[in-house]
Design a protein around this ligand. Structure first.
Ligand SMILES: Cc1cc2nc3c(=O)[nH]c(=O)nc-3n(C[C@H](O)[C@H](O)[C@H](O)COP(=O)(O)O)c2cc1C
Length: 312
């Protein structure tokens, strides 16, 4: 199996997925100190936020820190420049292609990971020269594609010439073992890290995810509609969205419902009228723990699975 740990200079092949508005520098550093790769989300934040959080993380850990750039971000070019100037350890791009910046980043020896949700996108990113592909199945929280982890990972593995990391619906050792069996060399985890003590979510959101069962998780949006699909906890916003769908609302009518709805739920704590984004695996996550303890548990649980090479 490809040695992801060596490439990224981490102890365990576990990446904490970026989560917009919540995974800042302290959270990313806590994950890296625990032996995984912590990722700062830049979401729609200003450049100053990205600079501050990355520098904070680098003060809190000697290990590598990743920075996520959704390439549809209006500040993408500025953040891409910061990546170069600061010599950021690892860039994780999502929501499109980082092609415009790739040559500069690679020339500086910056590791580039691209998150994809289709086989075709994976092939393009592999051909473009990214170091690693994260293939994210639609079980995941946040914005989603339409293929499941089970169907996406083996097809991406067959289609590309770079190492593949699996994401979407992984929260214990069995999930990691399954990802390896499908041909991945590591995992990216979001939802379970929402339960990390260091993850600065609002208390209302935390209470909601602690109580949530997987059957409470629904999808808002459609591929053709305003800002695409997202996986969230069923709430008043969801009911409103369904009513609008039934009445044939126009794309722009959804704007007031969905604009800034993610921070409204996760940061401001309005879990009824915001988008409390979370993955289907939430029903299996039931405890708030330090990030390093989550990683230790994942590794120990994986190592208990019979007949598999140990990770240590
Ligand atoms: C609340 C939330 C916010 C997210 N925000 C982002 C983001 O800003 N950028 C990104 O690339 N992925 C984002 N994701 C996806 C995660 O990085 C990760 O790939 C995904 O959560 C993995 O699936 P899981 O939730 O089943 O573990 C988000 C996921 C969640 C749950």
């Amino acid at each position: 199996m490809f040695d992801l740990c060596r490439l990224l200079n981490i102890r365990y092949p576990i990446i904490q997925g970026a989560m917009g508005h919540v995974t800042g520098g302290a959270m990313a550093a806590a994950v890296t100190r625990g032996g995984g790769l912590g990722t700062i989300a830049s979401a729609e934040k200003p450049l100053e936020y990205v600079q501050r959080e990355y520098r904070l993380a680098k003060e809190l850990t000697d290990g590598p820190v990743a920075l996520n750039i959704p390439v549809n971000n209006s500040r993408c070019a500025d953040i891409a420049r910061f990546v170069l100037d600061e010599h950021v350890d690892v860039v994780v791009t999502s929501a499109g292609s980082p092609k415009a910046f790739l040559a500069d980043w690679k020339r500086e020896g910056i590791r580039v990971i691209s998150v994809v949700a289709t086989v075709e996108h994976a092939r393009k990113m592999s051909d473009a020269g990214v170091d690693v592909i994260v293939a994210e199945g639609m079980e995941s929280g946040g914005r989603i594609g339409s293929m499941t982890t089970m169907t996406l990972i083996p097809q991406v593995v067959d289609a590309v010439s770079v190492p593949v990391v699996a994401a979407g619906g992984i929260a214990d050792g069995r999930g990691i073992a399954a990802a390896f069996a499908l041909g991945a060399c590591g995992v990216q985890i979001g939802t379970r890290f929402l339960f990390a003590e260091e993850c600065p979510v609002h208390e209302n959101f935390r209470r909601a995810i602690l109580a949530a069962k997987s059957a409470d998780v629904v999808i808002t949006g459609r591929p053709y509609s305003y800002r695409g699909e997202a996986r969230i906890l069923r709430n008043a916003l969801y009911e409103k969205y369904i009513e609008m769908e039934k009445s044939g609302a126009a794309d722009e009518d959804y704007k007031p419902l969905f604009d800034a709805s993610m921070p409204r739920a996760l940061v401001e704590g309005d879990v009824e009228n915001g988008s409390p984004m979370v993955g289907q695996i939430v029903g299996m996550c039931s405890r708030v723990q330090p990030a390093a303890e989550i990683i230790r548990e994942l590794v120990d649980d994986y190592n208990r699975q019979p007949g598999l090479p140990r990770i240590s």
